[in-house]
Design a protein around this ligand. Structure first.
Ligand code: ATP
Ligand code: MG
Length: 431
């Protein structure tokens, strides 16, 4: 079979990806082993969804795979996984295996390599994820994965209670898939989840967060959030998520915000649950958000709190100054993200930003020709020199004063004028 023909089998994968992985499979077969595409890529192709990575399952032992291919990374040899680089792309090639002894409801204590692809598929979580596709286009679908996809149904492979108890993360994956694909959850699978949900407390928050990220970035995050609530899983997490639809309007704005703006969606979720910014900081740390993401979300929450506490809508000049101060404090990126967040809220409600239109704040933002201290035409050392004074806390205060006045357009951003203003501020303070 020519490579060109092989890649034609894949309608939803880039040809580089399809050709590269086909080459890996073909090479394994040529060496006398079995090899298939497996898991998410096979499912996504069948569903007509974009395929983003292509995993391969094989009868070859990891040591063998490592010697067959010139470029490999020993990703997890003990668990049977070798990353093969082909066409400049990485492919995870994993030996058929079964797992046993899940003592902590997460990690199998034993991995055993097996000879039969069906045995490998049996260890996988859901029927739709337990399918393999051969180079000749033949399906290996022993648990009715395609039929469940047709029925739009998430179903565990085997006894749900057993499978969820083995690895409790599967419960959150189940809801994530149901939410992202708009699928129902099979009755037995749901019942099994309710029976063993306590085991979720064993799962590292980082893994749960990753699933929640995928769910929140999907097309119907509200359904996923409600399913987690209905299943009782929020309170079973090691760090429970205090999900209450305190402000349903804010929560319902989540899907309106572009999916690429995941952290705005998180900010809406946290805000909508009535969690204050100081509580949020603790929660985000415990939920293992990176510092960068935590700062983005915290910036949005603090901006939101300050605006709604202080903006009045009756004195535009005062609101404008508040806006300028907030932009200078949190930065342009946060201000722009905050506007997107308000757009989301306004799309589902008539809620105005405390009487000030988004048009207005956007104009104020555009008119700000300087956005931070580094835009000021006067540095700290220039200020010290010009005033012939020693540094101290006064300096930060004076620079901040110059920044606000200049950003508001009350003071030209000109070195001599700024120095003159600084002198006056200090004189006034010293009187
Ligand atoms: P995604 O679209 O998020 O990548 P995926 O199904 O590909 O979904 P991965 O985490 O990439 O998810 O896993 C690849 C495959 O490995 C799955 O399709 C499934 O067959 C298997 N798998 C992943 N996680 C588990 C798990 N916790 N328990 C059992 N099988 C799993
Ligand atoms: Mg995947």
């Amino acid at each position: 079979m020519s490579e060109q023909h092989q890649s034609l089998a894949w309608q939803y994968a880039d040809s580089d990806l399809a050709n590269g992985s086909a080459k890996v499979i073909r090479t394994l077969i040529d060496h006398g082993y079995e090899a298939y595409w497996v898991g998410g890529c096979v499912r996504d192709e069948y569903m007509g969804r974009k395929v983003s990575d292509m995993d391969i399952t094989t009868s070859a032992l990891p040591e063998v795979t490592s010697t067959i291919f010139p470029k490999v990374i020993p990703t997890g040899i003990k668990h049977g996984t070798v990353t093969v680089i082909e066409n400049g792309q990485p492919f995870e090639v994993t030996t058929y295996r079964v797992e046993s002894g899940y003592e902590d409801h997460r990690h199998p204590t034993q991995v055993t390599f097996v000879r039969d692809v069906e045995e490998d598929l049996r260890r996988r979580d859901f029927t739709m994820n337990a399918m393999a596709l051969g180079i000749d286009g033949a399906w290996v679908d022993p648990f009715g994965g395609r039929s469940d996809v047709d029925l739009q149904m998430i179903r565990c492979v085997g006894d749900a209670r057993v499978r969820f108890r083995e690895d409790a993360l599967r419960m959150v994956r189940c809801i994530r898939f149901a939410s992202v694909f708009g699928f129902a959850i099979a009755k037995d699978t749901w019942k099994g989840m309710l029976e063993v949900r306590d085991t979720l407390s064993w799962i590292a928050m980082e893994r749960i967060r990753t699933e929640m990220d995928k769910m929140l970035a999907g097309p119907d995050p509200l359904r996923g959030l409600e399913l987690i609530k209905k299943s009782g899983l929020y309170s079973k997490m090691k760090v429970p998520f205090p999900y209450v639809t305190d402000n349903p309007t804010i929560i319902s704005a989540i899907p309106v915000v572009d999916t690429v703006q995941l952290d705005i969606r998180w900010a809406l979720l946290i805000h909508g649950c009535g969690i204050s910014s100081s509580e949020a900081d603790k929660l985000l740390r415990e939920w293992t958000f990176s510092n960068r993401r935590r700062e983005v979300i915290m910036g949005l929450l603090s901006f939101q709190e300050a605006w709604f506490e202080q903006a009045r809508g009756i004195d535009l000049a005062a609101d404008r100054l508040l806006w300028i101060n907030l932009v200078l404090k949190h930065g342009t990126d946060t201000a722009e993200a905050w506007i997107l967040m308000q757009e989301g809220i306004q799309a589902v409600s008539k809620c105005l930003c405390n009487g000030v239109s988004l048009e207005q704040v956007r104009q104020w933002l555009e008119a700000m020709h300087i956005r931070s201290l580094k835009d000021l035409k006067l540095t700290g050392s220039e200020l010290l020199q010009a005033l012939n004074r020693r540094g101290g806390p006064w300096m930060g205060k004076v620079l901040q004063h110059l920044l606000v006045k200049s950003a508001a357009g009350f003071l030209p951003n000109d070195r001599d004028i700024l120095i003159e203003e600084a002198k006056q501020v200090i004189e006034r303070e010293e009187q």
